[in-house]
Ligand binder design. Structure first.
Ligand code: F3S
Length: 62
């Protein structure tokens, strides 16, 4: 699964990181750090919860 984050629209809610810190990294200001990354199959369930957790809806998965 590939995750994409609209970094320009991220406002630092950090819920993604709270759920899945291994995959959803934040910069020193608390904003999402990586625009896109692959999720290992065995880690997809947690990553999907992180995707759904963003109140701004700026994370997508395919
Ligand atoms: Fe940003 Fe949403 Fe995560 S606003 S820090 S992508 S929960």
């Amino acid at each position: 699964m590939k995750v994409s984050i609209d970094l320009g629209a991220c406002c630092g809610q950090a819920r993604c990181y709270a759920i899945d810190p291994e995959n959803f990294q934040l910069d020193e200001s608390g904003y999402a750090l990586r625009a896109s990354f692959e999720i290992l199959v065995e880690a997809e369930d947690k990553a999907r919860m992180a995707v759904a957790s963003c109140p701004e809806g700026v994370i997508s998965a395919e």
